[in-house]
Design a protein around this ligand. Structure first.
Ligand SMILES: [Zn+2]
Length: 399
């Protein structure tokens, strides 16, 4: 991963507003932010739920248009709608001279199926807000709007124009949003990603890459009682293959091979004809991705069966070199808010992996603090909202 120096962020913040004023404004609006999060969380938006995602997208478009932003909709059949929100820059100090903008990435979909909300409704208890999608990442979508609103309130704004891309299929691999990410990344100066903070409020300066594979075995079905010897058991062949695949993990290099789902056969009294396994691979380097790919494709199955491997790399690693410059910039701004901003390297991939792969300086994990992403324990730590929103505002004001 190389980063063109010409596209690195300006080293010196061109800061117009007082960090304390931004933080005070946002603290005084914490209840409004929580209420806005509640409205968004109470629209369930599992990936693939076109109606839920369209409803949430309409709510978000209605949030941004009154702020003077053009909102373009990109419907994706079977997925929902992706939104591109075009936020004007302040139009000062020559930042718009090169025509580039800051790309901010968020996603509207969650991993939680419909009905999760009934079991774990949105609720505030103490200093935390709980509910499906609060932390990943509806809280961050609320932060983004308030960051711009806070800048306006103190008489400022983003230095460059900002394109906020709100996608509908991040949790399932960004297959339909990827062309939009590629398109908007092409004109951007850098990418900020609104994924949740890592523990301790850390931003994410490196992420593993992810590959997905399906192993498919076809044998021959037969009556398990009368014709057992005529059958060729696909399940047994698959079992040997998944053990071989799992053995490719190399934890010391950060490479994991997870045989996540397997299936095969139809009934106990039938020799199974078909079996399959879905595998998730994580890696920190391109070389490791290539090693696993070669090894999976070189596997051979039991005689008489037909074995196929499909899939491949979905997201290349986000390597720290893509984040270092933006991280230092953000850390200096965080200090002006009295906020420590640690960094973390994580195993999960995001759309930040995609922008980094395109050579764009990328900083991820700018969302709220919290815990329990993708679980029934998902929540946001509310005191982090005003200060991290102020940080986001300062970043937009200075990039
Ligand atoms: Zn997410």
């Amino acid at each position: 991963m190389t980063v063109e120096p010409s596209r690195a962020p300006a080293p010196l913040p061109v800061q117009a507003s007082s960090p304390a004023a931004l933080a005070a404004y946002l603290s005084s609006h914490l209840d409004d932010m929580v209420e806005e999060m509640r409205r968004l969380v109470e629209i369930e938006t599992p990936s693939g739920d076109e109606q839920g995602i369209a409803t949430a997208a309409a709510l978000l478009a209605g949030r941004w248009r009154p702020l003077g932003c053009r909102v373009d909709e990109y419907p994706a059949p079977g997925v929902g709608v992706h939104l591109a929100v075009h936020i004007p820059g302040r139009g000062e100090d020559g930042a718009q001279g090169d025509g580039r903008y800051v790309l901010v990435l968020g996603h509207v979909d969650t991993v939680h199926p419909r009905g999760t909300l009934a079991a774990t409704p949105f609720r505030v208890q103490g200093d935390r807000a709980w509910g499906p999608g609060t932390y990943d990442m509806k809280g961050a979508l609320v932060m983004m709007a308030w960051a711009v609103q806070a800048l306006r309130a103190v008489g400022s704004g983003p230095r460059r124009p900002v394109t906020l891309l709100l996608t509908a299929d991040e949790e399932v691999g960004s297959h339909t949003s990827r062309p939009l990410i590629d398109r908007f990344a092409a004109g951007a100066t850098c990418a900020l990603v609104l994924e949740p903070a890592a523990p301790g409020g850390a931003v994410k300066t490196a992420r593993k890459g992810v590959a997905q594979y399906r192993l498919s075995v076809t044998g021959r079905s037969a009556h398990a009682g009368n014709d057992f010897s005529r059958g060729i058991n696909a399940n047994v062949a698959l079992a040997r293959l998944v053990l071989a695949a799992a053995s490719l993990s190399d934890p010391e290099r950060g490479t994991t091979v997870n045989v996540g789902v397997i299936g095969g056969g139809t009934r106990p009294n039938v020799v199974p004809e078909r079996a399959w396994a879905d595998i998730d691979v994580r890696f920190t380097t391109r070389a490791e991705a290539e090693r696993i790919d070669r090894a999976l494709r070189a596997l051979t199955a039991d005689g008489g069966t037909v074995f196929e491997v499909s899939g491949g790399v979905n997201r290349w690693p986000l390597e720290r070199t893509a984040s270092a410059g933006l991280y230092e910039h953000a850390r200096a701004l965080a200090a002006s808010l009295g906020l420590e901003l640690p960094e973390a390297q994580v195993g999960g991939a995001s759309d930040g992996n995609l922008t980094a792969e395109l050579g764009l300086p990328t900083l991820d994990g700018l969302g709220p603090e919290g815990d329990g992403a993708h679980s029934s324990q998902e929540h946001v730590y509310l005191p982090s909202l005003p200060v991290r929103t102020a940080l986001l505002a300062l970043i937009l004001e200075t990039l």
